[in-house]
Design a protein around this ligand. Structure first.
Ligand SMILES: NC(=O)c1ccc[n+]([C@@H]2O[C@H](COP(=O)([O-])OP(=O)(O)OC[C@H]3O[C@@H](n4cnc5c(N)ncnc54)[C@H](O)[C@@H]3O)[C@@H](O)[C@H]2O)c1
Length: 109
C-alpha cells in the first residue's frame, strides 16, 4: 500500500487531515513542512515528518525516492489575507508558492 504525502503538515488543514487519515484509514502518512508557519505540536506522532522548504527540489526527490508515495495533498502555502496591498511580501509569497507547487507537480507526473 502506498503512502499519503501531506505538504504543510504543521498547518491547520494538513495536520487535521493527517489526524483523520491516521485515525480512520490504514494509510501511512508522510509530511513535509519548513515550520515557517504552523506548529510542530500539530504534527501527529505517527507521521513520518521531513522538515524542509518545498523549493528544495533535491530534498523533495529524496522523499519520493525513500517513501512509496501514492497520494499527495498539497497544503503548503500561505493564506496571505490582508497582504494584497503589500508590494514586497506578496511577490515573495507568490514566488515561494509557485516554485514549491511546480516542484510537487513535477514529482507527481
Ligand atoms: N484554513 C482554511 O480555512 C482554508 C480555507 C481555504 C483555503 N485554505 C488554503 O489552504 C492552504 C493551507 O491553509 P492552512 O490554514 O492549513 O495554512 P497554515 O498557514 O496553517 O499552514 C500552512 C503550512 O505550510 C507550511 N509552508 C508554507 N510554505 C511552505 C514551503 N514552501 N515549504 C514547506 N512548508 C511550507 C507552513 O510552515 C505552514 O505550516 C492555504 O493556501 C490556504 O489559503 C485554507
Amino acid at each position: 500500500m502506498g503512502k499519503i504525502l501531506i505538504t504543510g503538515i504543521a498547518g491547520l488543514l494538513g495536520s487535521r487531515l493527517a489526524d483523520w487519515i491516521v485515525d480512520n484509514t490504514d494509510y501511512k502518512v508522510v509530511g513535509i513542512d519548513d515550520l515557517s508557519g504552523g506548529f510542530s505540536e500539530n504534527i501527529n506522532r505517527k507521521v513520518q515528518f521531513y522538515k524542509f522548504n518545498l523549493n528544495d527540489l533535491e530534498a523533495l526527490k529524496g522523499v519520493f525516492k525513500k517513501e512509496n508515495i501514492e497520494i499527495v495533498y498539497h497544503f503548503a502555502a500561505y493564506a496571505a489575507e490582508g497582504l494584497s496591498l503589500s508590494t514586497i511580501l506578496l511577490p515573495m509569497l507568490l514566488k515561494d508558492l509557485v516554485l514549491s507547487s511546480e516542484n510537487i507537480i513535477m514529482k507527481i507526473i
